[in-house]
Structures are given as C-alpha cells and as structure tokens.
Design a binder for this molecule. Structure first.
Ligand code: SF4
Length: 73
C-alpha cells in the first residue's frame, strides 16, 4: 500500500536562492542615533512600531526581491 502511495511522488525541489536582502532595492536603513536597523519596504510586521518587517543583510531574498539598479514599479 505505502509503496504504491508514494510511487509517483516527486518532491518539489527546495528553493536554491542565493540573493539576499543586502542587494534588494526594498531594503531600508533606519538610523537611531549610532544604531542602524534595517527594514523591508514591502513586507509588513505587527511586531515593529513602524509596521515594517525587520530584516538583516544576510536574510535570504523573498519573492519581492528586486536587485539594485532596477526600476521600482
Ligand atoms: S524581504 Fe524581500 S523585498 Fe524585503 S528587502 Fe528582503 S528581499 Fe527585498
């Protein structure tokens, strides 16, 4: 039974994205005194005061990723 159940099952390949938020045009750097916190200009969050998602440079890019140098529509 189990052999026939998974016989034709082909798992979806894992996303192998190499881009990070570092090179995305939506990355925003906010200065708080000497501290810099980075936010996403597209994705929102209920956990931050400005309602923007807090990110880091090395975060794997999401589907809204646009590389620097491209136009923002
Ligand atoms: S979370 Fe997505 S849209 Fe936001 S800065 Fe990173 S890659 Fe860009």
């Amino acid at each position: 039974m189990m052999e026939t159940l998974f016989k034709n099952f082909n798992p979806v390949p894992e996303k192998t994205r190499t881009e990070t938020c570092r090179s995305c045009i939506h990355r925003e750097r906010w200065h708080f005194g000497s501290k810099i916190i980075q936010y996403c200009g597209v994705l929102s969050s209920n956990r931050t005061n400005n309602k923007k998602l807090k990110i880091t440079c090395n975060k794997t890019a999401c589907d809204f990723y646009k590389p620097e140098g491209t136009e923002n529509d």
